[in-house]
Design a protein around this ligand. Structure first.
Ligand code: C5P
Length: 421
């Protein structure tokens, strides 16, 4: 099972627009919902069409707009029952007094009120109206009924209104509404992943990116690692239900959704934080970081000044993070990476044994089409000999797809019966 938490291309939203000046904000709301990856279909009441045209919503949503209940053409396309079934969420924004009253009474005399009764999907309403109409006893009574019926009410905001009044009744900004919808689906998907995902309940630590080893206060030794592979693996592990900590060297990448990120600079900082993870609990340790093999023996306190034609800097070996963790008493399942330019499989198999890893993923970085800065990768995965598992070739694919396949490989190894305790 795979879960993509960053986009919601399999989620369908009906945005119902009713008559009110805030309808202009709904046009932007369609855009923001589409930005999150949702499929959006717009239903408009007659009142809404006095404020904004169906054509605007058709162009923005990329779908025909639904306005009629008893229209043979509309019913031949997607009728009201089909529409009601299609929705994963019905968002009424803006929701007028009239639509709220209809929902509360169970009327079914137009497309939206009928859809409201016919759908099993959650219904959210974002009331927007004049502050006096909002405060009216009938409106508040109807809203209470809707809340009792399980409708989620997004409270209007206070401020100056189009009619000149000041008070409660403004529809929240489209960005806020879209964020609330995204958050809702995100939480729902997360709950499923935590229960059924391949790494449900597992604590995973991932090192990623390069390390920087200071020479003096302004210079350092580092490498070209971008951290993309490690970040993609962090996202895939989170999507598979794991609790993920990403220990990242200096990279310019956004933290994947739901992932706890700890920034470090040097190899020794990366090791310290990795060791801390063992204290707080770690089931799987994935070392994707391109750790600098050496650091400067003595970091200069001040900027080194130009002098002479040569400068000798003495280097000392950095600790091997993955090998150090693998030697600990309560060692997690250890996954290493090997980036090689020749004899790829032979060197990787050697590292698997030397670093006491459970699994190693290796790739050929001499190929310009994969590896370091590329968005794609191809790998071969080897398992330690106590795992009776075949080596696996992960064919060239996006780093996201490779990450997903690695999650599957880790899951399979964790569930192998012969796994040593
Ligand atoms: O020895 P080499 O650097 O090729 O090994 C690569 C693997 O070891 C990677 O998983 C890398 O993250 C890890 N490593 C480490 N600490 C080091 C060097 C490498 O954790 N100092």
């Amino acid at each position: 099972m795979s879960f993509d938490l960053s986009v919601f291309s399999n989620k369908n939203i009906i945005l119902a627009v009713t008559g009110g000046i805030a309808a202009y904000k709904s046009a932007i709301l369609v855009r923001r919902l589409k930005d999150c990856g949702f499929n959006v279909r717009v239903v408009m009441t007659q009142g809404a069409q006095a404020f904004i045209t169906p054509l605007t919503f058709q162009a923005l949503s990329g779908n025909p707009v639904h306005t009629e209940l008893l229209d043979t053409e509309a019913e031949a396309g997607m009728g009201h029952i089909e529409l009601a079934r299609w929705a994963d969420l019905v968002l009424v924004a803006p929701a007028s007094c009239d639509s709220i009253a209809k929902f509360a009474c169970g009327l079914a005399d137009d497309l939206l009120s009928t859809l409201y009764l016919a759908t099993k999907a959650p219904v959210w309403i974002a009331p927007a109206m004049n502050q006096q109409m909002w405060a009216a006893k009938a409106t508040q009574r109807n809203l209470s009924s809707l809340v009792e019926d399980g409708v989620h009410v997004i409270m209007p905001e206070a401020g100056s209104q189009a009619c000149g009044d000041v008070g409660l009744g403004r529809m929240p900004e489209p960005e806020d509404l879209a964020e609330q919808v995204r958050e809702y689906f995100h939480k729902a998907q997360r709950a499923i992943a935590e229960k059924f995902g391949l790494l449900a309940g597992k604590k995973v630590t991932i090192t990623a990116g390069p390390t920087r080893e200071a020479i003096d206060p302004v210079r350092y030794i580092s490498n070209h690692s971008t951290g993309k592979m490690g970040f993609a693996i962090a996202a895939a592990c989170y999507s598979a239900g794991a609790e993920v900590t990403l220990i990242a060297g200096p990279v310019s990448l956004d933290t994947p959704n739901g992932v706890k990120r700890l920034n470090v600079s040097s190899a020794r900082q990366m090791l310290d934080l990795s060791m801390n993870q063992l204290e707080t609990g770690c089931d799987v340790f994935i070392a994707t970081a391109a750790v600098a093999d050496y650091r400067v023996a003595e970091v200069a306190e001040h900027k080194i000044k130009k002098a002479g034609d040569e400068l000798a800097v003495s280097l000392v070996k950095n600790p091997d993070i993955v090998a150090t963790i693998a030697l600990q008493d309560k060692r997690p399942f250890m996954v290493g990476f090997a980036a090689e330019t020749r004899n790829v499989e032979e060197y990787a198999a050697g590292k698997l044994v030397a670093k006491k890893l459970d699994m190693i993923a290796c790739n050929d970085v001499s190929r310009v089409d994969i590896g370091f800065a590329s968005d794609e990768n191809a790998m071969t995965v080897f398992f330690a000999e106590q795992y009776e598992m075949e080596k696996r070739d992960l064919e060239k694919a996006s780093k996201q797809e490779i990450a997903q396949q690695l999650v599957e490989a880790i899951h399979d190894a964790l569930h192998q019966e012969k796994r040593p305790v």
